[in-house]
Design a protein around this ligand. Sequence first.
Ligand SMILES: [Zn+2]
Length: 480
Amino acid sequence: MKWAWKIVVDNSSLWSRLVEAKYLKNRCVLDVAPKNSDSILWKSILNVRSHISKGICRKIGDGKATSIWFHPWVPNGTLQPQPRAEAAGNVSLVSNFISANHWDEDMVRRWFNSDDVKRILNITLPLEPTKDSWIWSPEDNGKFSIKSAYRVVKNMGVMSVDDSKWRIIWGAKIHNRLKMFWWKILANYLLTRSKLSSLFKVDDPNCPLCGIKVEDTIHLFWSCQFARAVWFGSLWHLRTENYSPTNWDSWLLLFKEEQNRPLGLSFSMFLKGAAIIFERIWKERNNIIHGVHPSPISTVIRIIDKRLQEAVVHHETYPIPQPQWLSPPPGWVKCSTDVAIDNNSSAGAAIFWNEEDEIIGLFTIKLNYCDSLAGEIAALAYGAEVAATLHCSKVIFHSDSVNAITAVRFANNKIQALHHNIQDVVRMFKRSSAALSLWEALWIPRGLNGVAHCVARWAINSQQFGCINLTDFDGSLLTG
Ligand SMILES: [Zn+2]
């Protein structure tokens, strides 16, 4: 599979040049038909194409090498949207929809239906003219990995129930490490004894914790007497014996129902807590396997409870302690930013404050993001751009998005680890902020970012963009 990926994305490697000369002769690997005379290797490469094509997508640079008809080019859904039937004209390349490094919004709206318009306008175009390239869309940073390829392959050809299971996990608002743990469970990737015995001959397939039943994940984490004791003993006091899911699909369906969850707990929080418990059980299980003295169950429960409590607190008032809205230090300007997103468009706001905590400038920009993280970062980038044109020297940027703040603080050489669609927005922020002598980016709670929030909302409703005259505002908005 990695080979097929290499042929598609990398024209320079020796391997792809060989393949090019021998088999492709200027065709795209995704378009070649298999022949009976093909070698085994080549056949197997062609066979995995369907998997590759499920996740591969163009990364739009100048759009000149991407066809709207023949290339997958719009992430997060139908990769190759169908233009509206009534749209006509001599248009075939994505570059026809781009002018001066920006989307030609009117034209995009004329050509595509509204859902596709959202996804197209959400694509970040690079700062400088860049050639189109390929990205592997299942992976955030766009780089191909066996891990995500495996996920895509597992997703293939199975029922929709299975699809929804992956969507639930990848969509849940939980830490990536816990997501990975869930993924390992659902993909049957954890090396339990039952899994091992499907691969090798195993002396004892029974659960190391109870020694009675075969160790598969549903037993280990749910129905084993050890799991029962842990689930019941910890914060949520859940009696696992009241539910007897036979597999994780039915487990997920069961706890999707609110009445089956502990009171007041969202599904995401429940999945998060469950992963915390599973992780701990897995650790204990491994300790026993490796001959480490097992912890008493009361200790296990105490550790889990502590993490569950942190998870819930973390969730409700993140981060702790709550920072205060402080005036900027002498010589510094503060710039608070926010984004507002509605059905058709979005708007960013950047509010500048002096050290007396007075508003010295209100700026808004029309954006096209439907993805809030990209929008939040675009608002920060806009703030940095304005700060540079205002010749500010020291600026504290604020956003109420933890992820946006984290992203703009990424070192320049680490940016490519970020999600592919925010990399260029972060670079935009970096480029503008480089004109400042000092800057800092800090998270503030949403409650303290009310002004930027209101201004962004107001901009999207009134469609007023640019430098906003302070007198255009009614005072109530600013004190609210
Ligand atoms: Zn057991």
